[in-house]
Design a protein around this ligand. Structure first.
Ligand code: 5RP
Length: 232
């Protein structure tokens, strides 16, 4: 309950960064959902923005609450991206993809002039890695890719090396992303060198994208039970 209020407060603080006429990247997850709902309220009050959703779930929500949308193919640049995170460190490096939307989230973040991260304060960590790192992989050959991802964890100095195929609780089948791929959750436990791990993962055939977001965010808003702490 407090966590949800903190997420709401982070989302509310991010509205400050939205200006009339902007194209805004709309993140995925429960914190981003608060933002999309609040943005919808502002649109009803007259704010003119266009959103670029990072998942089908966010697209559906944005349509429900009346945020006008653009396809990613219709934009050359995005003014502002507002998205959640699973972990954030003091260098504003993130783990994302807990909701499985990391590929579209990273494409939108990379196309944005500014990324504002919204999260409850529990997401702020000294070292990334306690939250399993999501890695989106092709279905073809995923078991081989899984082994390579485990090797990348070890060679880049991570404490853990277990890599698990994400299974949907409901269907008891592998989770399929919006891009039609699988997600591996890499239990690194502690990532001492996120940059090195990011390079190692990108070099593996079969890895479509990973959830380390490095050098992409400029503002981090940590929501609290009362208000929010803005870091930039
Ligand atoms: C989805 C994400 C989310 O931003 C991340 O999982 C945080 O989610 P929440 O706001 O529900 O805590 O990366 O792919």
């Amino acid at each position: 309950m407090t966590e949800d209020l903190s997420k709401f407060n982070a989302a509310q603080a991010a509205l400050e960064y939205v200006k009339d006429g902007m194209v805004v990247g709309l993140g995925t997850g429960s914190t981003s959902a608060h933002f999309v709902r609040q943005l919808g309220e502002r649109v009803r009050q007259g704010l003119r923005v266009k959103g670029v959703p990072t998942s089908e779930a966010t697209r559906n929500l944005a349509e429900q609450v009346g945020v006008p949308l653009l396809e990613i193919s219709q934009v050359t640049a995005i003014d502002l991206d507002v998205d959640g995170a699973d972990e954030v460190d003091s260098a504003f490096r993130l783990i994302k993809g807990g909701g499985g939307a990391l590929l579209r989230e990273k494409i939108v973040a990379a196309a944005s002039k500014r990324m504002v991260v919204i999260a409850d304060e529990s997401k702020w960590v000294e070292t990334l890695g306690a939250f399993p790192l999501p890695v989106e992989v092709t279905r073809f050959g995923f078991a081989l890719t899984q082994t390579r991802v485990g090797e990348a964890l070890r060679t880049s100095g991570c404490a853990g090396g277990e890599v698990v195929l994400r299974i949907s609780g409901k269907a008891n089948e592998p989770v399929i992303t919006d891009g039609g791929n699988y997600i591996l959750d890499a239990h690194a436990e502690r990532i001492p060198d996120p940059e090195a791990l990011a390079v190692a993962l990108k070099n593996i055939a079969g890895v479509v994208e990973h959830g380390l977001f490095i050098g992409l965010s400029q503002v981090v808003i940590l929501g609290k039970a009362k208000g929010a702490d803005v870091k930039q």
